[in-house]
Design a protein around this ligand. Sequence first.
Ligand code: DX5
Ligand code: ZN
Length: 216
Amino acid sequence: MMEKIMCPSMMCANFAALEKEVVALDQAGTDIFHLDFMDGQFVPNFAMGIQDLETIRKSTNKLVDVHLMIENPGRYVEKFAEMGVDIIYVHPESDPQITRTLDLIKNQQKKVGIAINPGTSVATIHELLPLVDYVMVMTVNPGFSGQKYLPFVDKKILELTALKADYAFKVMVDGAISPEKIEQLSKIGVDGFVLGTSALFNKDQSYEAILTELKK
Ligand code: DX5
Ligand code: ZN
C-alpha cells in the first residue's frame, strides 16, 4: 500500500497560535501543509492571507501547497512561487488560459496541481492530465470547512484513479474527509488527503495520535 499523503488544511487551524500549530503538526507527521486562498469571487468566502503563508513557510521545512480558489490564478503564480510554496493548485474552472498557467507553475520549478469542483467532469480536464503532478478532487463545494461529503463525486474519483496508470499524477481529495473516508478511498487508489475538521482539527486527541492512526 502506497504511503498516504496527509495534508492538514490550515484554514482550520487555531490562528491565535499559528506558529505553534505548524510546529506541532510538523512534528506529528504532516506531509504537506494545505493552504486555501480565496477571493470571494470564485468561491463565496475568504480564507488564508499572505501573512499566514509567511508564518507557515518560515515555521516548517515540510512541503507547503497553496489551493488557489481565485479567478485568473495565473496572475499570482510567480508571487506564491517566490514565497517558497512547493505545490500550486489552480482550478481549470477559474482560468480560460489554464494550460498557460500550468506552464507558468512549471517554469517556476514548482509542482503543478489542478483542483476540480464537484460539477467538473474528468472529460473536461483530460488534456491536462499529462501536464500535472496532482489532481485534487473537491469532495465538497469549495470554500468552507465543516461541510458534508458529496457522494456523487466517488464515481469521478474512480475514473481518475483508473487513469493514474497512464500518467504521472497523484489523486488527492479535499473536503469533509473523515477517517472512514480515508480508509475507503485509500483502497481505491487515492494518494493524498486534505484533513480539516472532519479528521484532524478540534478533536480531543493530539495531532500526533490522530496522524499516526490515519497513516495506518
Ligand atoms: C474546503 C477546504 C478544506 C476542507 C476542510 O474548501 O479546502 O479546508 O474542506 O476540511 P473539512 O471539510 O473536514 O472541515
Ligand atoms: Zn483546499
